[in-house]
Design a protein around this ligand. Structure first.
Ligand SMILES: C[S@@+](CC[C@H](N)C(=O)[O-])C[C@H]1O[C@@H](n2cnc3c(N)ncnc32)[C@H](O)[C@@H]1O
Length: 442
C-alpha cells in the first residue's frame, strides 16, 4: 500500500500503523464489565463517569493507549475493535454466541483461512465476525437470516466493519427454502430453532469431494435428539455432543506466618472477642434476670477455659518452638479461601478477617522435627494449582526451604460456576461418497 492510501479499518485484521484516525472505531474500555464502542470524529465527545473526553484527543494515538480524564478522576483504554470485543459491545438483536462457544466451535469445525462456510441464522452477527476473521482473507461466509430487520442491521455492520467482501448475507428461511448452494462449503453452523430441517440442504452445500464439518447449537435435548436422527439419515458420521461451561480461576497472594506470629494474632483476636462479649450481652435489654445470670456464669466458665487453654498453648508453644523453629503457618485472607486447605503436618489455618473465629490455630498435630514439616505451597503460581476435590484447595508440595518466599503464598480458587447451561453443541462429519469396487477375480 502507498503511504498516501487510507487503510480501511477491518475487524478481520489490525491496521498496520496501529493509529486511531478520524472515522475509526474504538472500543472504550473502562473495566471488564464496562466497555462501549465509538466512532471517533473531530468535534465529538465521549462522556463517562470519569469526565468528558474529546474525540480529537484520541486521534493520532495508538490503539492500546491509556487515556486519563480531564478531571483526573480516572482513565480508560482505547482498544482496537476485534471480534472478541465486538461480542461484548454489540447491540443485541437476538441471543448471541460468546467467546467460549465461539472458540470451541471454530476449533472443532477446523476453520482455517481460505475456507468457505454457511451460517444460519445470522442473528446479531456475533459469531459471524469471528468466522470471517478466521477464514480471511480468501475465505467466504454465506450467512442466512429470515428476519428482514436483522438482515439490514447485520449488512450495515459487515459493511462498516470492513467485512462485506468476505460475506454473502441473504434474507431467507433456510428450513423451508434451503441454502441454494451446491458443492461450495467446508463447514456449516446452524443456530436455529429447528436445525434438523436444514440438515439435508446443508449436506448438498458441502464440497462433495472433501471432508466437511457441521455443528448445530441447541439449548434443548429434544432438539438434539431430532438433529441426531436427521444427521444419521443424511449419512453424517462421527456425531458427538458437547456442552461448554465456564469457570474462572482466581489467583490470590496470601500471607504466611510463623507459628509464633499466628499465635500472636490469634491471641489478639481472642482478647478483642472477650472485650466485645460482655458489652454485647449488656446491650440486650430483653433478657430475664435468670437468663442474665446464666449468661454471666457461662462467660465466667468460658473465661476460665480460655485462660487454661492459653496456659497450655504457651507451654506447647515453648516446646514446639524448640523442636521446629521454622515451621510455617498458612493463614487465610478470608474464611472462604483457605479454611479447607489440604492439611499437612505443619499446615495451620488461622482466620485473618473474621475476628470472631473460634478455631484454635493448631488445626493439626504440631510437627515434631523440622524435617517433618511440609511447608505450604511455594510462592509461584504454578506450584499452587487447584486440587480436584475441594475447588479451592492448595496443592501442597514439599519444597526446599530456600525456594519459599517466607511471607507470601499464592493460592488459586475456583469460584462458583460463572455461566450455566447455554446450549448443546452437536458436531458431525460430512464424508465424500467413495466409489466401491470389487476386487478383480484372479
Ligand atoms: C440465536 S439467533 C443467532 C445468533 C447468532 N449465532 C449470533 O451469534 O449472533 C437465531 C437466529 O436465527 C434466525 N432464524 C430462525 N429460524 C430461521 C430460519 N428458518 N431461517 C433463517 N433464519 C432463521 C432468527 O431470526 C434468529 O435471528
Amino acid at each position: 500500500m502507498s503511504d498516501t492510501a487510507v487503510e480501511k479499518q477491518s475487524f478481520a485484521r489490525y491496521k498496520s500503523n496501529n493509529t486511531i484516525e478520524d472515522g475509526d472505531l474504538v472500543v472504550i474500555y473502562l473495566s471488564r464489565e464496562n466497555m462501549s464502542i465509538i466512532r471517533v470524529k473531530y468535534g465529538e465527545y465521549f462522556n463517562c463517569k470519569f469526565g468528558v473526553y474529546k474525540h480529537a484527543d484520541m486521534i493520532g494515538l495508538e490503539y492500546g493507549t491509556k487515556l486519563g480524564s480531564n478531571t483526573g478522576r480516572g482513565f480508560l483504554y482505547l482498544l482496537y475493535p476485534t471480534p472478541e470485543l465486538w461480542t461484548l459491545v454489540l447491540p443485541h438483536r437476538t441471543q448471541i454466541l460468546y467467546i467460549a462457544d465461539i472458540s470451541f466451535v471454530m476449533n472443532f469445525l477446523n476453520l482455517k483461512p481460505g475456507m468457505s462456510m454457511i451460517e444460519s441464522g445470522t442473528g446479531s452477527g456475533s459469531f459471524s465476525h469471528s468466522i470471517v476473521r478466521t477464514i480471511a482473507p480468501t475465505g467466504h461466509l454465506y450467512t442466512f437470516e429470515y428476519h428482514q430487520e436483522r438482515v439490514n442491521a447485520a449488512r450495515k455492520e459487515f459493511e462498516l466493519h470492513g467485512l462485506s467482501d468476505m460475506v454473502t448475507l441473504q434474507c431467507r428461511d433456510v428450513c423451508k427454502d434451503g441454502f441454494d448452494l451446491e458443492d461450495k462449503v467446508d463447514a456449516a453452523f446452524l443456530d436455529l430453532p429447528a436445525p434438523w430441517e436444514a440438515v439435508a440442504s446443508a449436506k448438498r452445500a458441502f464440497k462433495q469431494n472433501k471432508i466437511g464439518k457441521i455443528c448445530t447449537f441447541s439449548p434443548c435435548i429434544e432438539q438434539i435428539s431430532r438433529t441426531v436422527t436427521a444427521l444419521n439419515e443424511q449419512g453424517f458420521v462421527d456425531i458427538q455432543m458437547y456442552e461448554c461451561l465456564i469457570r474462572f480461576n482466581e489467583i490470590r497472594v496470601i500471607p504466611m506466618w510463623t507459628i509464633d506470629e499466628a499465635m500472636e494474632r490469634q491471641r489478639a483476636v481472642e482478647k478483642k472477642r472477650k472485650r466485645a462479649q460482655p458489652r454485647a450481652t449488656r446491650d440486650r435489654k430483653d433478657n430475664t434476670p435468670i437468663e442474665q445470670q446464666q449468661q454471666q456464669q457461662q462467660q465466667q466458665q468460658q473465661q476460665q477455659e480460655q485462660e487454661q487453654e492459653n496456659n497450655n498453648e504457651e507451654n506447647e508453644e515453648g516446646s514446639s518452638k524448640n523442636k521446629n523453629k521454622s515451621a510455617k503457618v498458612e493463614a487465610s485472607v478470608d474464611d472462604n479461601n483457605l479454611s479447607s486447605a489440604t492439611a499437612t503436618p505443619a499446615s495451620i489455618s488461622a482466620s485473618e478477617t473474621d475476628e470472631e473465629a473460634s478455631a484454635t490455630p493448631l488445626a493439626s498435630s504440631t510437627p515434631t522435627t523440622a524435617s517433618e514439616a511440609t511447608l505450604a505451597s511455594s510462592s509461584t503460581s504454578s506450584a499452587a494449582s487447584a486440587s480436584g476435590t475441594t475447588p479451592w484447595a492448595i496443592t501442597q508440595e514439599a519444597e526446599p526451604r530456600d525456594k519459599i518466599d517466607p511471607k507470601n503464598v499464592v493460592v488459586t480458587r475456583l469460584p462458583v460456576e460463572q455461566r450455566g447451561h447455554t446450549s448443546y453443541l452437536m458436531f458431525a462429519t460430512f464424508t465424500p461418497v467413495v466409489q466401491q469396487t470389487t476386487a478383480a477375480k484372479v
